[in-house]
Design a protein around this ligand. Structure first.
Ligand code: HSE
Length: 392
């Protein structure tokens, strides 16, 4: 097993979680020898480890592993790229950066032989990526459906289970250290989308740009939507999905989804994440675990570090060896659209309408619409008083 000398970037929620978890783990011969931070403040760690000079870790030849746990995606990219080019192994938790730059970072790994691991970036403590790489290394996978963001799930749980209001629940998610420093990433579905892009690469071998995928979050949820969902006996979750449609085509989306009780993710509550993997012959399998927070995510980073000690690398098997999949927006869904103004609902090009309701100031339509047509109006509808959800 390789001896690891770690340079850590970032000492926020996850950085501190990792530091604690690492002290408790005896399985890996690893020590943190420098921690690069942005701001001066009192920290419960040996002051001699702290530096504000980014290049110190990168230029230290004794450091063979860089662990990048910072917020800023642009800076994370620079650090990860430079570390890989210098032949260091890297662990990153920055899903926004990975979703944007994986194409190039895969190439650098191939050229340098360095390894970049990022299981911690998607679904916190649940080992989804490595399972997709190693166990589901065949072409039988049909779909991956999941709750990939802990904060929005925490908020929805507080609203639906405990009757709290949105603002209080969001504040709690921030205080508990689940939320991004800009929580709009959590509630808008962007964070889920970054993770979906990463998981799709390992599930289906294709790297899809985020701007091709329809995404709608939970920010516009109102009391009417909550009441409607409850009256129907559904639970509402922010769901990310990638599904194979026909031969070698995949469709993807991130959307609130009303779920019936028989769905595995119906009962995934608080900051937990849940992922259902469906295959042609084995049908459904379900993975469940904490998706956010210092120790669950710190444990996932530790697992990536341990894997490096055993010289593990992602092989990107499906991307390399399988017939390539294509992205498609030609996939239709049954949705619930709640709106105030008819002109807003007119933006939606429904293929079929199943139900319509007009009440005092609130209206809804239930109908079938394609992801392609939803994507066309994605930017517009986020700012309008409408709420969109997949409905059974
Ligand atoms: N803000 C993220 C979440 C953190 O709530 O899931 C873990 O990626």
């Amino acid at each position: 097993m390789k001896k690891l000398n770690i340079g850590l970037y970032g000492y926020g929620v996850v950085g501190q979680g990792l530091y604690t978890v690492l002290q408790k783990s005896k399985t890996v011969d690893a020590k943190v020898s420098a921690i690069c931070v942005k701001h001066d403040k009192k920290r419960d760690v040996d002051e001699n480890l702290i530096t504000k000079d980014r290049s110190l870790i990168l230029n230290n030849d004794d450091i063979n592993v860089v662990v990048e746990l910072i917020d800023d995606a642009g800076e994370a990219y620079q650090i990860v790229k430079e570390a890989l080019l210098k032949g260091k192994s890297v662990v990153s938790g920055n899903k926004a950066m990975l979703a944007e730059h994986l194409e190039e970072l895969i190439k650098i790994q191939e050229e340098t032989g360095s390894s970049l691991l990022y299981d911690a970036s998607s679904c916190g403590s649940i080992p989804v990526i490595r399972n997709l790489e190693e166990y589901y290394d065949n072409d039988l996978l049909v779909s991956l459906t999941g709750i990939l963001n802990g904060s929005s799930n925490y908020i929805l749980t507080q609203i639906f289970r405990d009757g709290k209001d949105y603002e209080t629940a969001l504040k709690e998610a921030q205080e508990l250290g689940f939320a991004e420093s800009d929580p709009s990433f959590d509630v808008s579905g962007k964070d889920s989308l970054f993770k979906l892009v990463i998981l799709t690469l390992h599930a289906f071998g294709i790297l899809v740009h985020t701007n091709k995928v329809f995404r709608f979050g939970i920010e516009n949820l109102n009391d009417f939507d909550v009441k409607y969902t409850k009256e129907k006996g559904f639970n509402l979750k922010l769901v990310a999905k990638v599904v194979k449609v026909g031969d070698n085509k995949i469709a993807m989306y991130v959307m609130p989804t009303m779920l019936t009780r028989d769905k595995y993710i119906y009962g995934v509550e608080d900051e937990y994440n849940g992922v259902v993997i469906k295959g042609q012959f084995y049908d459904k399998q379900f993975m469940f675990g904490k998706g956010a927070g210092a120790y669950p995510t710190g444990s996932a980073v530790l697992s990536d570090i341990t894997a490096l000690a055993h010289n593990y690398k992602y092989e990107y098997k499906k991307r390399k060896f399988f017939k390539s999949n294509e992205f498609t927006g030609d996939y239709s869904l049954k949705i619930y659209l709640r709106f105030d103004n008819k002109k807003d609902s007119d933006l939606f090009e429904f293929e079929e309408i199943y139900e319509q309701y007009s009440g005092k100031g609130t209206n809804y339509v239930i109908g079938k619409i394609s992801l392609k047509n939803l994507l066309k109006i994605n930017d517009k509808i986020e700012k309008l008083p409408v709420f969109v959800s997949v409905i059974p």
